[in-house]
Design a protein around this ligand. Structure first.
Ligand code: NI
Length: 173
């Protein structure tokens, strides 16, 4: 496995709509493994292929807490699609590896049902709530070129991007 470079806002690959995967083969599984390693290394709970510069509908998620002695539970999702969502929504703080060290409250559906192909190309469905539901909606948004900062008010987005710019200037100096 190899660690990949994470592309950050405002790289254009993050704005693109990703393409559907036609075949789940060893090349794709190789990419999935590399994405997982990259996500673990960056302490993320989710990573979508556009974030490593690959415009394909692929997501890896792991919301387990290995630091608290829990076993790692990676989820590999190929061509994930929300096929149902609750009416009820909730607001939680979200961050993103492509928008480093920032976070904001984002409104999401409380529950979602997602259809996808797994690591072996088998069709699967998952009914999720809580952090997993948020991660799924956040990562599937990435596949459509949407970042969580696109889902907050313009004023909050401007403030957040200013902080990001300041952080980058500090890193450079
Ligand atoms: Ni993200």
């Amino acid at each position: 496995m190899a660690k990949m470079k994470i592309f950050e806002y405002p790289h254009p690959v993050l704005k693109q709509k990703s393409e559907k995967v036609n075949r789940v083969d060893d090349d794709l599984r190789h990419l999935l493994n590399d994405m997982l390693e990259t996500m673990y290394d960056a302490d993320g709970v989710g990573l979508a292929a556009p974030q490593v510069g690959v415009s394909k509908r692929i997501v890896v998620i792991d919301i387990s807490h290995p630091d608290e002695g829990e076993e790692q539970k990676p989820l590999f999702l190929i061509n994930p699609e929300i096929i149902w969502h609750s009416e009820e929504k909730s607001c939680q703080n979200e961050g993103c590896l492509s928008v480093p060290e920032q976070s904001a409250e984002v409104e999401r559906y409380k529950q979602v049902r997602v259809h996808y192909l797994d690591y072996h190309g088998q069709e699967q469905e998952i009914l999720a709530e809580g952090l997993l539901a948020i991660a799924l909606q956040h990562e599937i948004d990435h596949l459509d070129g949407i970042l969580y900062i696109d889902r907050i008010s313009r004023l909050k987005r401007q403030m957040l991007l200013k902080k990001l710019q300041k952080l980058r200037q500090e890193e450079q100096s």
